[in-house]
Ligand binder design. Structure first.
Ligand SMILES: Nc1nc2c(ncn2[C@@H]2O[C@H](COP(=O)(O)OP(=O)(O)O)[C@@H](O)[C@H]2O)c(=O)[nH]1
Ligand SMILES: [Mg+2]
Length: 235
């Protein structure tokens, strides 16, 4: 499987070098999308051997994923592993994702941190549980960690799912859209790592964006449902 590692990164110069070097032994290529960082993220990643695409200004994690998917499609990768650039995802766990994908032919494999939440701040734990419950209800999939950015996706995902979200809600949009398109989603357990990296999540703005996405998805689905009902009645 021709595997690309995709690392969205904003001001991660402290972590990105060692991460890129480790990733190189698990993947065919490492792509870092530097999203208007004000530090030396791009130079450090490039020096460590990554391909770097830079946004001149910060556009958000979802926008960085959209850039990365375009690259993966152009370069004919068969799959990609998405992981954070701040050291919260352990690249040594990549073989678990690859094995699960091979064994079950999943289109998406999510790294779930919810098997061991001792190190997770309790607000995060309850938010993740609530979000996972909500998204599982919407998608009819049984998912325990829908907020995890550590995932393997196959080319079918970027060919089928066209992300519109520019920020953190893109991870959720990807899952909902993939399930709507009947792509299969599985999970593998991963470590829960909380180092001293700071989250860039903006509580008010990102919660608002997430709720807006959920409302949009629900409205779209009920409109689509009505449309299908009308079609069925007309036949
Ligand atoms: N490209 C890009 N990456 C971002 C942006 N914001 C965060 N990231 C990266 O996305 C990953 C997860 O972000 P983080 O703020 O640590 O989220 P958290 O761990 O869920 O709290 C990290 O690798 C960040 O560097 C952004 O605006 N653009
Ligand atoms: Mg983080």
């Amino acid at each position: 499987m021709k595997l690309l590692a995709i690392v969205p990164a904003l001001n991660e110069e402290a972590q990105i070098g060692p991460l890129v070097r480790t990733l190189s032994s698990y993947c065919d290529r490492v792509l870092v999308v530097d999203d208007g960082s004000s530090d030396r993220t791009a130079q450090t990643a490039r020096a460590a051997g990554a391909e770097v695409l830079s946004h001149p200004q910060n556009r958000g994690k979802g926008a960085a994923l959209q850039t990365a998917f375009g690259y993966a499609e152009r370069e004919n990768f068969e799959a990609a592993i998405l992981l954070d650039g701040d050291g919260q995802h352990d690249p040594e766990e990549i073989p678990r994702f690859v094995e699960a994908q091979r064994a079950h032919q999943y289109d998406i494999v999510i790294g779930s941190r919810m098997g061991n939440t001792a190190a997770m701040p309790s607000k995060r734990k309850w938010t993740n549980r609530f979000m996972s419950w909500l998204i599982s209800r919407m998608t009819h999939a049984h998912l325990t960690d829908t907020q995890s950015g550590y995932r393997l996706i196959t080319a079918k995902v970027w060919q089928t799912v066209k992300l519109t979200s520019r920020h953190y809600e893109a991870d959720t949009e990807m899952l909902i859209e993939a399930c709507s398109a009947s792509l299969s989603v599985g999970e593998v357990p991963v470590s829960t790592i909380y180092n001293d990296s700071e989250s860039h999540i903006h509580k008010i703005a990102d919660t608002y964006r997430f709720l807006r996405l959920i409302c949009r998805m629900k409205c779209f689905r009920s409109q689509r449902g009505n449309h299908l009902d009308v079609q069925a009645r007309e036949q």
